[in-house]
Design a protein around this ligand. Structure first.
Ligand code: FES
Length: 143
């Protein structure tokens, strides 16, 4: 917790320290652990529920560490209309048996709508995905 205390102290005098503190914690640890939220709430005298609201509202924050493989499935309008739900569920189902191996999340438009439905798999865009192709992608990552 010493590191958390240092981060809070560094930002405490700014007008709105909450976001910068959480961003720095996220940058260092890769996520904002619940126990960090408790400590920050004590130090800056903000209700824990408020901090939890901030962390769950902004997609830049996560409460758990990322898995070894990070998969973002676009749920923007174009992808939604072209089967993003089926792609997401196929990926989620295929990856669920490998604890800590996969982080799968729904995200807003990834900026390549002409390729819908789209998933970002470990930083690489995969477009025109079908549920079957999505399952195969995950299987390939498992091996
Ligand atoms: S809506 Fe999915 S990439 Fe734009």
């Amino acid at each position: 917790m010493e590191r958390i205390d240092q981060i809070v102290k560094k930002h405490q005098q700014t007008i709105s320290p909450t976001i910068p503190i959480l961003q720095e914690i996220q940058a260092i640890y890769g996520y904002v652990a619940p126990e960090f939220l408790v400590r920050v709430a004590e130090l800056i005298d903000v209700p824990l529920s408020t901090l939890y609201g901030v962390v769950t509202f902004y997609t830049q924050f996560r409460l758990e560490p990322l898995g070894k493989n990070h998969i973002q499935v676009c749920h923007g309008t174009a992808c939604h209309l072209r089967g993003a739900d089926q792609v997401f569920h196929a990926i989620e189902y295929e990856s669920q048996t490998s604890a800590g191996e996969f982080s799968v999340e729904k995200v807003a438009c990834l900026g390549c709508c002409s390729l819908a439905p789209v998933a970002n798999v470990n930083g690489k865009i995969h477009g025109n995905l079908t549920a079957d192709q999505a399952r195969k992608l995950v299987k390939k990552l498992k091996s």
